[in-house]
Design a protein. Structure first.
Length: 126
């Protein structure tokens, strides 16, 4: 079978934005899920991927020299891990910036004494 048509073969990077300075498409992958590890299948022991590929009704084998991800006893080839959303070709961003909230809290009328060591002050006028 043609390696490009194998259902468990990793697909090329689909992101056009992940190109390096030389114009070559980057093949960096990111595993964002905690608890998952990356390993290399070595030897002739029969080890199967824990997810069926689309169009197949059987679990496919991990081949000698194949890189896979695992969590406890669950092993996934890179193509199945990508389809499951464990692997991406984009780094995780820094996230959205936090917007400071201006809470209009009035100090309690306690007769000048507060049980707290902090005094509530109104926000400065701008």
């Amino acid at each position: 079978m043609d390696p490009e048509r194998r259902p468990n073969a990793p697909r090329p990077n689909p992101s056009p934005r992940a190109t390096g300075t030389s114009g070559v498409v980057s093949q960096r992958m990111y595993l964002h899920e905690p608890g998952w590890s990356v390993s290399l299948k070595v030897g002739s022991e029969r080890v199967f991927c824990y997810q069926m590929a689309p169009g197949q009704d059987y679990y496919h084998r991990l081949l000698d020299g194949e890189i896979f991800v695992h969590h406890n006893d669950e092993r996934l080839c890179l193509a199945c891990a990508h389809r499951r959303g464990l692997i991406s070709y984009e780094p995780r961003g820094l996230g959205a910036a936090l917007i400071p909230l201006d809470l209009a809290i009035e100090p309690e009328a306690t007769g000048g004494t507060t049980p707290s060591t902090f005094d509530l002050q109104p926000p400065p006028e701008e």
